[in-house]
Ligand binder design. Structure first.
Ligand SMILES: Nc1nc2c(ncn2[C@@H]2O[C@H](COP(=O)(O)OP(=O)(O)OP(=O)(O)O)[C@@H](O)[C@H]2O)c(=O)[nH]1
Ligand SMILES: [Mg+2]
Length: 395
C-alpha cells in the first residue's frame, strides 16, 4: 500500500475494484464458465481481488455436495471420478472436479488420468475440471482447495469432487472440506490396509473396493470388517462403470455426513498474547491445565521471551520482557500483567489493510514479514475497541 495516495484516490480505487468484482460475481452466478475458470485461477494463486470476489459470492453457496475421493496411488481414483462425473451428468447434475496432488509426483498415473479426463469431458460445460499442482506449503494447497470447492459451490455446481492421493496428513486436511469422503481400496492390498490405516482410513464415510474385476475383493471387505470399520463398503469396476450408480446413490443420500464446512478465508483467532512478569510461573499454570509449550523463542528486536502453547486451533502466547526498554516491559508498567493483544489470521491481509486504512483505522506500521516468514500488522487499540490487534496473513 502506498502512503502517497489521498483518501479520495483510495475511495475511487476501491469503488472501481468493487464494480469489477460485482461484474465477475454476476457472470459466474449466470453460469459463465470462462469467468469461473479465470476466478478459479485467481483463487488458486491467492490473489487478493479474487479472494474478495469469492467472499462476495460465498453467500450464494451451501447447496453443492462436496465429495472427497482418496486412496493409494494407482487405486483408480481418477477413473472412478470420471465414471462418477459421467453418471452424474446422465442424471442432469453439474460437476466440478478438483484433482490435487500434494506429493508433487508427476507420476504416469496422474498424468494419464488427466489426459483421459480431458478427452472424456471435453466440450461438456457441465463438467469443470481443475488439476492443482503442489504449492509452496501443504497448508497453502489445502486452503486453496477448500476455497476452490466453495467457489464451485457458489457457482452453482451440484457436485464438487476432490481427488487426492491418500498418503497422509495432507489429504486429511484437504478432505476435511468434504461432506462425504470415499476411500478407494483395491484387491490384493493385504498388509497395506494396516499400513494406510493410521492415515486415511479413519476419515472414510464410504469404502470403495475398486478393481473388483480382480480376485481378492472379498478379502479386503473381510479385513475392513475385522478392523471394525462400520461404514458402507461398495465394490466397483471403474473402467467398466460397474457399481457407479450405487456409489452415486451412497454419496448422495444415506452416507451424508455434515462436517462443519471450514471456510478457510474466514478469519480465525491465531493466538492470544498475554504479557507476564514471570514466564516460568505462567507456563507452569497453563501446563497444569493440560497445555504444553510447543515453541520457545527470544525475539531480540522486541526484547521479549516468547512461549507458544497450542490450544485447539489457536494458541496462547506468553510474553515476558528481556529488558526494561521492551514494549512488553512498558505494557507491564502501565497496565500490569494481562491480555496484551489478540491475533487474527486473515485470508487477505493486504485487502484487510486497505479496508482498514480507508475507514480511518490506526495501524501501527505497514505490513511486515516476521522471523517465521508470516506477514503481519498491528492495529492500535483506539480503533479496535480497546485491545491491540494483530492481523496475520494466511499463507
Ligand atoms: N482392472 C481394472 N483396472 C482399473 C480399474 N479402475 C482403474 N483401473 C486402471 O488402474 C490404473 C490407474 O488408474 P487411475 O484412475 O489413474 O488411478 P489413480 O488412483 O487416479 O492414480 P494416481 O492419481 O496416479 O494416484 C489405470 O490403468 C486404470 O485403467 C478397475 O476397476 N479395474
Ligand atoms: Mg489420479
Amino acid at each position: 500500500m502506498d502512503f502517497e495516495h489521498t483518501p479520495e484516490q483510495i475511495h475511487l480505487r476501491k469503488a472501481v475494484r468493487e464494480f469489477a468484482e460485482a461484474e465477475i460475481a454476476q457472470r459466474i452466478r449466470q453460469g459463465d464458465g470462462r469467468a469461473l475458470a479465470r476466478l478459479a485461477t485467481g483463487v488458486e494463486n491467492r490473489e487478493s481481488q479474487a479472494l474478495e470476489t469469492l467472499r462476495e459470492l460465498e453467500s450464494a453457496g451451501g447447496h453443492a455436495r462436496i465429495v472427497g475421493i482418496t486412496g493409494p496411488p494407482g487405486a483408480g481414483k481418477s477413473t472412478l471420478v470420471d465414471a462418477l462425473a459421467l453418471e452424474l451428468r446422465r442424471q442432469g447434475k453439474t460437476v466440478a472436479i478438483l484433482a490435487v496432488d500434494p506429493s508433487s509426483r508427476a507420476s504416469g498415473g496422474a498424468i494419464l488420468g488427466d489426459r483421459i479426463r480431458m478427452q472424456q469431458h471435453h466440450a461438456d460445460p457441465g463438467v469443470f475440471i481443475r488439476s492443482m499442482a503442489t504449492r509452496g506449503t501443504v497448508g497453502g494447497l489445502a486452503r486453496a482447495t477448500a476455497d476452490l470447492a466453495h467457489l464451485m459451490d457458489a457457482a452453482g455446481r451440484d457436485y464438487v469432487i476432490i481427488e487426492t492421493v491418500g498418503v497422509g496428513q495432507d489429504e486429511i486436511e484437504i478432505t476435511s472440506v468434504a461432506q462425504v469422503t470415499v476411500v478407494v481400496l483395491v484387491p490384493g492390498m493385504g498388509d497395506d490396509i494396516q499400513a494406510i490405516k493410521a492415515g486415511i482410513m479413519e476419515i472414510a464415510d464410504i469404502f470403495v473396493v475398486n478393481k473388483s474385476d480382480r480376485p481378492g475383493a472379498d478379502r479386503v471387505e473381510l479385513e475392513l470388517h475385522a478392523e471394525g470399520f462400520a461404514c458402507p463398503i461398495l465394490r466397483t469396476v471403474a473402467t467398466e462403470g460397474k457399481g457407479i450408480a450405487e456409489l452415486v446413490q451412497a454419496i448422495s443420500s444415506g452416507a451424508r455426513v455434515d462436517r462443519p464446512r471450514k471456510t478457510m478465508v474466514c478469519p480465525t483467532i491465531d493466538h492470544l498474547g498475554i504479557a507476564v512478569a514471570n514466564l516460568a510461573g505462567s507456563i507452569a499454570f497453563y501446563e497444569s491445565l493440560g497445555l504444553a509449550v510447543a515453541h520457545r523463542e527470544t525475539v531480540a528486536a522486541e526484547k521479549v521471551d516468547v512461549a507458544m502453547l497450542p490450544a485447539g486451533d489457536s494458541r496462547i502466547e506468553l510474553l515476558q520482557p528481556t529488558g526494561p526498554d521492551s514494549p512488553i516491559a512498558r505494557f507491564l508498567e502501565k497496565r500490569g500483567p494481562g491480555l496484551h493483544h489478540v491475533a487474527l489470521r486473515v485470508g487477505d491481509l493486504s485487502g484487510a489493510v486497505a479496508r482498514l486504512k480507508a475507514s480511518g483505522a490506526r495501524l501501527l506500521h505497514d505490513p511486515r514479514t516476521g522471523a517465521g516468514g508470516h506477514t503481519y500488522v498491528f492495529v492500535h487499540p483506539a480503533s479496535t475497541g480497546g485491545v491491540l490487534l494483530e492481523l496475520i496473513q494466511w499463507n
